[in-house]
Design a protein around this ligand. Structure first.
Ligand code: URA
Length: 205
């Protein structure tokens, strides 16, 4: 099925899922957006005030910084796919709870399955912990890790959240440096893909 149609179907299902937490009269579903064929999938935390207003991910101050970081490596926002682990705004922008993260997890997994990215950039500790539980962001940010995910090889690059970078100059510097790794890591990820896609050698003997 066409990826756009699959994503539309997934969004409709989420819209109709009354069991999802954080759904209130004030909150609006913020689904992922971007290129459905993106090789790079950026995964944030949860919508904030402006995301909730517009129904789009990363459109506030942190989003503007994310756009600049993407442009700093010669790409455009529309080249990548941008999403969040939690899709309704938590009250007062508090951290999402483990239960909330778990409730949205099947949808995040299905979205990744549709996009089939080669590289996943996690923004902040919550999305990082999805793929790398128990690690500390201060210790692993900028260290790409190759994992098997949904039967495919994916490289995860854990990074600080842009909102944290807006609060601390040192984190901003590190986030900028970490972003510079993306294209090189993508090249490596595509080489792995080539290996996977090589026709299996059949022995004549
Ligand atoms: N922060 C996030 O993690 N996601 C958004 O969409 C906006 C801000």
């Amino acid at each position: 099925m066409d990826k756009n149609i699959e994503l539309k179907k997934l969004k409709q299902e989420m819209g109709a899922d009354k069991s999802l937490p954080l759904r209130t009269r004030e909150t609006r579903l913020v689904f992922g957006e971007g290129n459905p064929d993106a090789l790079i999938y950026c995964l944030g935390e949860a919508p904030g005030y402006y995301e909730n207003q517009q129904g789009r991910p990363f459109v506030g101050q942190a989003g503007k910084l994310l756009d600049k970081l993407i442009e700093s490596i010669g790409l455009k926002r529309k080249d990548v796919y941008i999403s969040n682990i939690v899709r309704f705004r938590p009250p007062e922008n508090r951290d999402p709870t483990p239960e909330e993260i778990t409730a949205f997890q099947p949808y995040v997994d299905r979205e990744i399955e549709i996009i089939k990215p080669r590289v996943i950039v996690t923004l902040g500790r919550f999305s990082m912990n999805k793929f790398m539980p128990g690690v500390k962001i201060s210790q692993v940010h900028g260290n790409p890790r190759t994992i098997e995910w949904q039967g495919r090889t994916v490289i995860i690059i854990p990074m600080y959240h842009p909102a944290a970078a807006l609060r601390a100059g040192q984190i901003m510097q590190q986030l900028k440096e970490d972003f510079k790794l993306i294209l090189e890591v993508l090249k490596k990820a595509q080489e792995i893909k080539t290996e996977e896609e090589k026709p299996k050698q059949t022995s004549l003997f």
